[in-house]
Design a protein. Structure first.
Length: 354
């Protein structure tokens, strides 16, 4: 305040230097002393900058390249990969079979041999996913091979979980597996239905795939299954209630893998099939594929009949653990793995047994 008054009054500037007030002289010294005393304390407790931390050795960081023929990669699969241990997840969309080789080789040659690099194949088409997986396999070069995991739309791990959950119910309640049983798959034109049909057939079941309209798509699927997986699937018509009733009466197990919110089988139809042992449904949106099914049902009787039910969330719990487990195997395996729904089933079977 005194300083401003003297300057405005026109006094010479030297008047400021001749002022003997001790407070003016001590303040700068006091601040300097305080700064000296505080500086060491701040420096003492200061953490090491992150830039000085030791960087990961080349190839040790888990990196996953996710390839999808669709216009986007599923956020579900991205989240699963991160939560399973991948530090870096790089999604690529609109990828065709012809693009796979160049992408894979760019991924493997930019890292040293035995790097923790993984390739994931998404999408919604089983044939396309397997073709992309085959293209990735042929793009590998010795000592630079990496693991490849196909799970289009999460359908491979869902199908594996459904079959494993039903197998557990069969063993627990009837002391038997799928061998020799009659299995009918509704919604078999989808990836979940088709994959579950192939898995059950591999386990020795006599599998029928049910058409909700024309048989032609399922005839083509059955031929593909025979050529690719050496299993027999029997296409049958099921577009009317009478045909569905006939299928139920001649089946021991049914899988329903139709669209979300679509009821496929009614309580009345199930009640008229006393020989049906187990029914499983992956539809988690009401109305469910099997009327009367509870989402958490895991071997309890369906209402109004003796058939044991397996619901979508009981299946989903195993599916989640299966997909996470396969991602973790890729990260930790010293060998290059090739994982599809058959590998998913083996792991899902271990999970339900445990």
């Amino acid at each position: 305040m005194r300083l401003s008054v003297e300057m405005s009054s026109g006094e010479p500037v030297r008047a400021l230097h001749s002022d003997p007030a001790p407070a003016v002289k001590k303040r700068p010294k006091k601040r300097a002393d305080a700064a000296k005393s505080e500086a060491p304390k701040k420096a003492k407790g200061r953490a090491r900058p992150k830039a000085q931390e030791k960087a990961a050795a080349p190839g040790t960081l888990p990196i996953l390249y996710m390839l999808s023929p669709q216009k986007f990669m599923s956020p579900f699969d991205c989240n699963m990969a991160v939560d399973s241990g991948y530090t870096v997840v790089l999604p690529y969309d609109n990828v065709g079979v012809a693009d796979v080789g160049a992408l894979v080789q760019d991924a493997i040659f930019s890292r040293p041999p035995n790097a923790r690099t993984g390739i994931f194949i998404g999408g919604k088409d089983i044939t396309l996913a397997l073709e992309m997986m085959n293209a990735a396999r042929h793009a590998m070069v010795p000592s630079f091979e990496v693991s490849v995991f196909a799970d289009p739309g999460g359908s491979f791990t869902t199908a594996a979980a459904m079959v494993a959950c039903v197998e557990r119910v069969l063993k627990r309640n009837f002391s038997r597996g799928f061998s020799g049983l009659r299995v009918a798959v509704f919604g078999a034109t989808g990836v979940v239905g088709f994959a579950s049909a192939v898995i059950a057939a591999n386990e020795g079941a006599n599998v029928s795939v049910v058409a909700h309209d024309t048989l032609e798509p399922l005839i083509a699927s059955a031929e593909f299954a025979a050529d690719t997986f050496n299993v027999s699937l029997k296409p049958v018509a099921g577009h009317t209630d009478a045909l569905k009733a006939k299928i139920l009466r001649s089946s021991d197990v049914i899988f329903t893998a139709g669209p979300a919110g679509v009821n496929i089988l009614t309580r009345r139809q199930l009640a008229r099939a006393p020989g049906l042992l187990v029914a499983a449904d992956v539809n988690a949106v009401t109305p469910f594929g099997v009327e009367g099914m509870d989402l958490f049902m895991n071997g309890a009787p369906l209402p109004g009949c003796g058939t044991l039910g397996v619901g979508a969330l009981a299946i989903g719990d195993v599916k989640y653990k299966t997909q996470a487990g396969l991602f973790q195997r890729m990260i930790h395996s010293k060998d290059a793995l090739e994982l599809d729904f058959r590998d998913a089933f083996l792991l899902a079977r271990e999970i339900v047994a445990g």
